[in-house]
Design a protein around this ligand. Structure first.
Ligand code: FAD
Ligand code: 2HG
Ligand code: ZN
Length: 474
């Protein structure tokens, strides 16, 4: 090759990132190609693993010059196929895993500056060591990353108290699609300086650039907590219990989660050591988690008083209170293992939807009935964040039905649920995002000026359309 010829892109990326910074061996690529649900399986020529922001920026510049599309990937736990490449074989996966330092933690400012590849659980642990709380909590927290939770604006189990990932972010560092680094790592509680650019990247699912680090908001650690599992008479009384707690002490509720008897049954049958601390099976359950930073908050009397009232009213049928840290964790496990239990039971269709909190009972009831009419024998498995109006209105294949035949009905099922969600004033995507799974729904739900402005923003920030193509926008 003559000296003045530029090296092929792969060689230039290898020279830039070093042997640890680029994977090309098919066995090494494997974990980066398919999503957690195994809905999609793509191809990529290589996986880039930059060690820091500067390396990533240089790699992005090289790829932008060559017109190569990029797919950011954190823990690859997306429920909507957001972090995997398409089948075309041109999209290059960029893993943020090596950007995994907590750069700074300040217990007076109550902030932590963490890089994108820091695993959520590790961020929680670092905050705890400093005597603080990073409150974002979800079932995938042992794998999901700070970059991933911000890029999807993840919700999880404590949104009812602390908000979504967006509310826990004060500043960002971003590598833009042309390779420029924007340092917006300001740790200010107040900063009204024009358009709040940082909020554009939260929930953008990697379509506008790479989040490389973030200033996260910390909270005081609770000094007291209580967890109870309650068997409920029906969907309405489940919501009524939320209201009873909220009316007594709004600040006490840290999580309020709904589960169906079907989902709890899957847990008991399919998860190792999966026991349920209530003797009689019920059709509806809630998990209530109370926490307070006050040492004398009196959460136990509050919990007992509310449960007693609701038992007397015939709303709560039975309840178990966690008496130790181990028992509280065991109750939480019933809820957190729902996605895994559904996976083990066979094929399922997920509907991560939200409605106004007041309409959650109606959503569960109407969507379950409509899906049973659509596919006789289908097993509704609604569960999730009732206190936020976010129900995972999931459907499990009828017993004995061929999984492929069931999944072939996914579109019909999602349409059936979404029609009811729309009628109730809800959203077709509550916390998991759009990814690849729901792009074709964007026109119907967000079409008109809203989608047009989103497309203009995308063109302005990523004129070549190289950031995570095929995701979010139709
Ligand atoms: P990935 O899956 O790797 O990526 C997600 C999206 O963000 C992709 O579009 C990707 O391109 C983009 N992205 C990733 N990193 C960056 C970055 N640094 N810069 C720009 N773009 C980036 N979600 C909830 O909201 N609440 C839950 O309760 C919840 N529970 C879950 C339980 C289980 C068992 C599983 C498997 C998933 C769950 N999820 C939940 C979904 C998922 O964990 C979250 O969406 C999480 O935020 C994704 O993080 P990740 O690091 O795995 O991101
Ligand atoms: C949860 O709340 C996650 O556990 C996953 O958001 C929901 O599996 C699902 O549908
Ligand atoms: Zn959820």
């Amino acid at each position: 090759m003559p000296d003045d010829q530029p090296l092929p892109l792969l060689d230039r990326l290898s020279a830039l990132l070093g042997p640890r910074g680029i994977l090309t061996d098919p066995a090494d690529l494997e974990p980066h190609l398919a999503d957690w649900r195994l809905l999609y399986r793509g191809r990529t020529p290589c996986v880039l693993r930059p060690a820091n922001t500067a390396e990533l920026a240089e790699a992005v510049k090289l790829c932008a010059a060559a017109g190569v599309p990029l797919v950011p990937q954190g823990g690859n736990t997306s429920m909507v196929g957001g972090g995997v490449p398409d089948e075309g074989g041109r999209q290059v996966v960029v893993s943020l895993a090596r950007l995994n330092r907590v750069r700074d933690i300040d217990p007076l400012d109550m902030t932590m500056t963490a890089e994108a590849g820091v695993v959520l659980k590790a961020a929680q642990d670092v905050a705890a060591e400093a005597g603080c709380l990073f409150p974002l909590s979800l079932g995938a927290e042992g794998t999901a990353t700070i970059g991933g939770v911000l890029s999807t604006n993840a919700g999880g189990n404590t949104t009812v108290r602390y908000g979504n990932a967006r509310e826990l972010m004060l500043g960002l560092e971003v590598v833009l699609p042309d390779g420029q680094i924007w340092n917006g790592l300001r740790r200010l509680r107040k900063d009204n300086t024009g358009y709040a650019l940082r909020h554009l990247f939260v929930g953008a699912e990697g379509t506008l650039g790479f989040i490389t680090a973030a200033v996260l908001r910390l909270y005081a650690r609770p000094k007291e907590s209580e967890v109870a599992l309650c068997a409920m008479r029906d969907e309405e009384t489940a919501l009524a219990l939320f209201r009873r707690f909220r009316d007594r002490d709004e600040t006490a509720v840290r999580a309020f989660e709904y589960m169906s008897g079907t989902g709890v049954g899957f847990y008991a049958r399919l998860i190792e050591g999966g026991s349920v601390p209530l003797s009689t099976p019920a059709e509806h359950y809630v998990l209530v988690d109370l926490a307070s930073t006050r040492p004398d908050a009196g959460l136990r009397p509050l919990l007992e008083a509310v449960l007693e009232e609701a038992l007397e009213a015939g709303e709560v049928l039975d309840a178990a209170i966690g008496e130790s840290e181990a028992q509280r964790a065991a109750i939480w496990r019933i809820r957190e293992e729902h996605p895994e239990a559904q996976k083990r039971e066979g094929a399922s269709v997920k509907n991560d939807v939200s409605v106004p909190v007041s309409r959650t009972p109606e959503l569960i009831r109407r969507a379950s009935e409509a899906c049973r009419r659509l596919i006789p024998g289908v097993r509704p498995v609604p569960f999730g964040h009732m206190g936020d109006g976010n129900i995972h209105m999931n459907l499990q294949q009828p017993e004995g039905m061929d999984p492929a035949a069931f999944l072939a009905r996914s579109h019909d099922i999602m349409e059936t649920v979404n029609e009811i969600v729309r009628d109730l004033g809800g959203s077709f995507s509550a916390e998991h995002g759009i990814g690849r799974l729901k792009t074709d729904m964007m026109e119907g739900w967000r079409g008109g000026p809203e989608l047009a402005v989103m497309q203009r923003i995308k063109r302005a920030i990523d004129p070549q359309g190289l950031m995570n193509p095929g995701k979010v926008l139709p």
